[in-house]
Design a protein around this ligand. Structure first.
Ligand SMILES: Nc1ncnc2c1ncn2[C@@H]1O[C@H](COP(=O)(O)OP(=O)(O)OP(=O)(O)O)[C@@H](O)[C@H]1O
Ligand SMILES: [Mg+2]
Length: 325
């Protein structure tokens, strides 16, 4: 069973490094247009805050019973305080949130009327943090690396994971024989050189390899280009409703179809995938089983409303459903 390795998750500690985001949802009802301008009026009924980006990856790790250390940046502001407060509630999660005074906390506010998103407001400054901030992050990561079982770089392209910084992390991890799993962003994957595995989605893989993907052949071609560029052992391309394809540096590729689902909310499926895939491999599962676990979990989170993580029990139930389907 692909779920056999789940019992080992409790003993694992994963170091997550990346762009921390505050996700803010404003939910309400629209029943009329404004007299001031031709825009709908959202009558607000509920405010909800959730940890996003790299923090959502860390939450996915702890939801599965493993421990997570999270290193990321926040601003000196209300959204940053909210992120801190949310993370402090999770006993399995140890956050190191470094305050970068020059930048605001990355904040995404989604306005939702009758379950439908009507507007997203982004507040962020994309760019490099100060040298002092980066030195603090580096020192903390060096310490945490000794006791972790694996490292996830959750890159949302906001500037924290700059190329030199990534390369220092990967070099240190290799020295200590720790695996590095990367959820990449951007066009130039050379910055992730030497990582163990990368998990771009199909659109990202097509862009980074400059190869339009429209069949298995072009998919394989794109994967070969990226494997060469990054020199990683495993390239995984997540393909949304089409599932997951795994390309090891050597050996046969593995193509896993997605489980047919009614989809409610696709955001965060990539975070859930990399969490399961990394935990699976760190727990000693085969490459195929780790990818199948990620595929199963990704499919399960998109099928549920407003839920971005999955527990071991839910994953076992999804696996059961699958075998009976
Ligand atoms: N509509 C879907 N039906 C079934 N499974 C899905 C669906 N969407 C996503 N998944 C599962 O989740 C995995 C990751 O999704 P996807 O490829 O969309 O990642 P992503 O684009 O990085 O997501 P995001 O960035 O929004 O978190 C897929 O490989 C698949 O296993
Ligand atoms: Mg993604």
């Amino acid at each position: 069973m692909i779920t056999d390795c789940l019992s080992k998750f409790r003993g694992l500690r994963i170091l997550v490094i990346g762009d921390v985001i505050a996700d803010h949802y404003i939910r309400g009802k629209v029943s009329r247009l404004s007299p001031e301008a031709p825009v709908p009026i959202l009558h607000v009924q509920e405010d909800q805050w959730l940890p996003g980006g790299a923090a959502n990856v860390a939450k996915n790790i702890t939801a599965l019973g493993a421990r997570a250390e999270l290193v990321g940046l926040i601003g000196d502001d209300e959204a940053g305080e909210r992120v801190r407060a949310m993370l402090a509630q999770d006993k399995l999660l140890k956050p190191t949130m470094i305050v970068e005074k020059r930048m605001p906390t990355i904040l995404k506010t989604r306005c939702i009327a009758q379950g439908q998103q009507m507007l997203r407001l982004d507040r962020e400054v994309v760019g490099a943090a100060s040298p002092a901030t980066m030195a603090k992050a580096q020192a903390r990561i060096t310490t945490l690396m000794d006791t972790c079982d694996g490292i996830i770089l959750s890159d949302y392209g906001k500037g924290f994971l700059e190329p030199d910084f990534i390369q220092r992390i990967i070099a240190a991890a290799r020295k200590k024989a720790k695996r590095v799993f990367v959820d990449p962003k951007g066009h130039d994957y050379a910055r992730y050189r030497g990582a163990t595995a990368m998990t771009p989605n199909q659109g990202e893989a097509a862009q980074a390899s400059k190869t339009p993907i429209n069949d298995v052949e072009s998919l394989t071609q794109a994967a070969r280009i990226l494997l060469k560029q990054v020199g990683c052992e495993i390239l995984v391309i997540t393909r949304g409703p089409q599932g997951v394809s795994v390309f090891p540096k050597r050996g046969k590729s593995i193509l896993l179809p997605a489980k047919a689902r009614e989809v409610f909310d696709v955001t965060g499926a990539g975070d859930t995938f990399i969490s399961l895939f990394s935990l699976g491999l760190c727990a000693g599962a085969s490459l195929e089983d780790a990818a199948a676990l990620g595929n199963l979990a990704g499919g399960a989170v998109v099928a549920r409303h407003g839920v971005a993580t999955i527990s071991q029990d839910e994953l076992r139930a999804a696996a059961q459903e699958d075998t009976h389907a």
